[in-house]
Design a protein around this ligand. Structure first.
Ligand code: ATP
Length: 248
């Protein structure tokens, strides 16, 4: 069964087509990495899939009423601004709002679990306005984890995290997929994407230009034509891909 179904999804900004007839289904058990150069349409695709951007075509989530959609899919936006001086635990607890009741034991458990997964247990009482950029990014990821939805959509979740927390976050997402949930995340680091995702979708110029197993998708031709780079490949406890140089 698909957790997300997009059919002929198109978005136009002004007179400019930003997404052109994207068809994509995401099943339980998949961790889909959305990769592509700056401006390829990754953010627009995630937002249109959620119905946050006017679009043509069909997006299964956008057809749902707000609260039902928030119980089906959690969304981590690219911007990480928090305006209120609340505790980390209170921020993460906002992930429980779609479950629509006063916080109960299972809600507190979900918050604790999310804090632990993002290595934030010691920060739970800290004012979010006093976190570093990476700590705040992790707190916002914890919030979407606490939402405990079948599907998680994340826009550049590992940007700004240190290497250990990048790997840990990608592993958390992979674990969610392995446990039968679905994750779609835009990722610029092709090495992390190749290593942790079960599937990569390559966007370029608002179109899907490749879709499949990570190391097959990131072949020399795609790296050259879409990203303008060449890369080193190896195997070491899984696939290794290291961008090496920009092609002339
Ligand atoms: N409100 C807007 N008005 C006009 N053009 C827009 C608007 N929002 C986005 N675009 C354009 O749509 C295209 C896709 O933008 P989008 O943010 O989806 O790309 P992206 O793949 O997420 O890029 P990045 O990797 O830089 O975050 C870009 O060319 C961008 O300039």
């Amino acid at each position: 069964m698909s957790l997300l179904d997009l059919r002929d999804l198109s978005v136009t900004r002004g007179a400019v087509p930003v997404l052109s007839r994207i068809s994509l289904a995401v099943a339980a058990g998949e961790f889909v990495g959305l990769v592509g150069p700056n401006g390829a349409g990754k953010t627009t695709l995630l937002r249109a899939a959620l119905g946050l951007v006017a679009h043509e075509g069909y997006a299964s989530l956008s057809a749902l009423p707000g609260m039902a959609r928030a119980r089906q899919a959690a969304f981590l936006p690219q911007t990480r601004e928090v305006a209120w001086p609340v505790s980390v635990a209170a921020l993460v607890g906002l992930g429980r709002v779609p479950h629509g009741r006063k916080m109960q034991a299972q809600d507190h458990q979900a918050v604790d679990h999310a804090l632990h997964r993002m290595d934030l247990a010691e920060f739970r009482a800290r004012n979010v306005l006093e976190l570093s950029g990476g700590e705040l990014a992790r707190a916002l990821i914890a919030r979407v984890l606490a939402q405990e939805t079948p599907l998680l959509l994340a826009d550049e979740p590992v940007a700004g995290l240190d290497p250990a927390h990048q790997i840990r976050t990608m592993q958390v997402f992979r674990d969610l997929a392995d446990q039968g949930r679905g994750v779609v995340a835009s990722v610029h680091d092709l090495g992390l994407a190749a290593r942790h995702c079960t599937r990569l979708v390559v966007l370029s110029g608002g179109r899907v230009v490749a879709d499949g197993a990570p190391m097959q998708v990131l072949d020399d031709a795609t790296l050259a034509t879409v990203f303008g780079i060449r890369a080193f490949r190896a195997q070491s406890d899984g696939p290794v891909l290291m961008p090496l140089s920009v092609l002339p």
